[in-house]
Design a protein around this ligand. Structure first.
Ligand SMILES: Cc1cc2nc3c(=O)[nH]c(=O)nc-3n(C[C@H](O)[C@H](O)[C@H](O)COP(=O)(O)OP(=O)(O)OC[C@H]3O[C@@H](n4cnc5c(N)ncnc54)[C@H](O)[C@@H]3O)c2cc1C
Length: 392
C-alpha cells in the first residue's frame, strides 16, 4: 500500500513562513520524495549509507547551508532548519550526515579556523568533495566529554595526538576528523585539531550491529602517535565551550529534523487509519481510541513546529541562548519518538514491517534521543537555566 506524504499543517503554520522559506522547504521536500524515499528502506535493510546522494545534496546547497561565503548557500537559520526537517522526514541517518558535515565540521572550521584552514577546507566540504567527522565522544566519556582522555602534545612544530573516540558519525568515510583533545602543554585545555584521516597512526572502524541509523556510518576512531603540523590546530578553539558551540548548531538542526520524522509517522498512520477496516467494516479511524492517538500527535507536532520556529527566529535575530535550543531538542525528539510509537501501534502488525517507514523512524529516533546531549542532559540544562543551580 503506497502512501504518499501530504505535508502536515493544522493551524496554517505555513502562513508564518516567508516565500523564500516555503520555496526552500518545498524544493527539499520534492527532492527527498524523488531521491530518498525510493531507496531508503533498502539502504536501511542493507545498513548502507547512500553516498550517491552526497553530490546532489551539495548541489542543492545543503552543506554549510547557513554559513556565509566559501560557496555556501547563505540560508537563514529558519531555511536551514526547514531543510533539516525535510531531510529527516526522509531519514534521520541522512539528516545526521548533513548535520555532521555542516554543523559539526564546517562550522568549527568557520568559527575557530585560520583563513588558511577555511580556504583549504570549506569550499571543498561545501561541494561534498571532502567529508568530515567530529570526534568528541570517547568510550568512557559521553555525557561528560570534559573527562576525555585524548591528549595532544607539542613536539617542535607539530602536535602528537593519542586517544580513542567512539560513536563517531561518518568516521570511516571522512577525509578529515575534527578531533577534540586536551593539550598537555596548556594545562589540559580542550582544543580542536584538523586530522586528515590518511595520517599514519589514525584508524577508523565501523560499529556493526546497530539497530538504529542504519543508513548512516558510525565508527570508532583510534589515534596512536598521530603527528599533525601546528597549523592543524584550530587557533580560536579553547576549552569545552568550543565543541559545545558546535553541538548547539547541530542540536538546533535536530530539533527541526525531529518534526520531520514525526510528520512522516503521523501522516502515514492517519492515511492508514482511513483505509484499514476492522469491526463492522468500518475504518479504524472511526474508533475513538485511534482518534485520541491522532489528536495527540497532531497537537504535539503543531506545538513542536511553533517552538522550533520561534527558536529559529531568535537564532536569526542573534538572540538565541543554548537553553532555548536544549528545549527544542529535548521536546521535539521526545515528541517524535512518542509519535513514532503511537503510529506504529495504529498500523498494527504492518507497523513492524519496512513496507512502511514508521519502525525505521522509531529505531532512528532512539539514537537521536541519545546523541547531541541525551534527553535527560537537556533536562538538566533547562533546569540549570531556570534555577541557576547545576544538577549534573
Ligand atoms: C548513532 C550515534 C551517532 C553518534 N555520533 C557522534 C559523533 O558524530 N560524534 C561524537 O562525538 N559523538 C557521537 N555520538 C555519541 C553521543 O553523543 C553519546 O552517545 C551521548 O553523548 C551520550 O553518551 P553515552 O552514550 O556515553 O551515554 P552516557 O553518558 O553513559 O549516559 C547514559 C545514561 O546516563 C544518563 N546520565 C549521564 N549523566 C547523567 C547525569 N549527570 N544526570 C542524569 N543522568 C545522566 C544519560 O542521560 C543516559 O540516559 C553518537 C551516538 C550515536 C548513538
Amino acid at each position: 500500500m503506497a502512501l504518499k506524504f501530504r505535508g502536515v499543517d493544522f493551524i496554517e503554520f505555513d502562513s508564518l513562513l516567508s516565500e523564500d522559506e516555503l520555496l526552500v522547504r518545498d524544493n527539499t521536500r520534492k527532492w527527498v520524495e524523488e531521491n530518498v524515499i525510493p531507496i531508503i528502506e533498502q539502504c536501511n535493510r542493507d545498513g548502507r549509507f547512500p553516498r550517491e546522494l552526497v553530490g546532489p545534496m551539495a548541489e542543492l546547497g545543503f552543506f554549510g547551508a547557513n554559513l556565509k561565503g566559501y560557496g555556501c548557500a547563505e540560508m537563514s537559520n529558519v531555511e536551514y532548519g526547514l531543510v533539516m526537517q525535510e531531510l529527516e522526514r526522509g531519514d534521520s541517518g541522512l539528516r545526521s550526515f548533513v548535520s555532521v558535515q555542516s554543523a559539526l565540521c564546517m562550522y568549527p572550521i568557520y568559527a575557530f579556523g585560520s583563513d588558511e584552514q577555511k580556504n583549504a577546507w570549506l569550499p571543498a566540504m561545501q561541494k561534498g568533495e571532502k567529508l568530515g567527522c567530529f570526534g568528541l565522544t570517547e568510550p568512557g566519556f559521553g555525557s561528560n566529554p570534559g573527562g576525555m582522555r585524548t591528549r595532544a602534545k607539542k613536539s617542535g612544530k607539530e602536535y602528537v595526538l593519542n586517544g580513542e573516540k567512539m560513536w563517531i558519525t561518518s568516521g570511516t568515510i571522512a577525509d578529515v576528523a575534527i578531533i577534540w583533545a586536551k593539550v598537555e602543554d596548556e594545562d589540559d585545555k580542550i582544543r580542536g585539531f584538523l586530522v586528515e584521516t590518511d595520517r599514519p597512526g589514525f584508524k577508523a572502524d565501523d560499529i556493526h550491529g546497530k539497530w538504529s541509523l542504519r543508513a548512516s556510518v558510525t565508527s570508532g576512531l583510534s589515534l596512536q602517535d598521530v603527528h599533525v603540523p601546528e597549523s592543524n590546530l584550530l587557533p580560536k578553539s579553547g576549552g569545552l565551550k568550543s565543541p559545545l558551540m558546535c553541538l548547539n548548531q547541530a542540536r538546533y538542526g535536530i530539533a527541526w529534523g525531529a518534526v520531520g520524522a514525526a510528520m512522516a509517522c503521523y501522516d502515514c498512520a492517519l492515511q492508514y487509519s482511513l483505509l484499514r477496516k476492522q469491526f463492522r467494516d468500518q475504518p479504524i479511524a472511526s474508533h475513538q481510541l485511534v482518534q485520541e492517538k491522532l489528536a495527540w500527535m497532531i497537537s504535539e507536532i503543531t506545538k513542536a513546529q511553533l517552538l522550533i520556529l520561534q527558536v529559529g527566529r531568535l537564532k536569526d535575530a542573534g538572540k538565541v541562548e543554548h537553553q532555548h535550543i536544549s528545549m527544542g531538542k529535548r521536546n521535539n525528539v521526545w515528541m517524535a519518538l512518542e509519535c513514532a510509537r503511537m503510529s506504529r501501534d495504529i498500523l498494527g502488525a504492518n507497523g513492524v514491517a519496512d513496507d512502511y517507514p514508521i519502525m525505521r523512524h522509531l529505531m532512528n529516533l532512539e539514537s537521536v534521543k541519545t546523541y547531541e546531549g541525551t534527553h535527560d542532559i537537556h533536562t538538566l540544562i533547562i533546569g540549570a537555566s531556570v534555577t541557576g543551580v547545576e544538577a549534573f
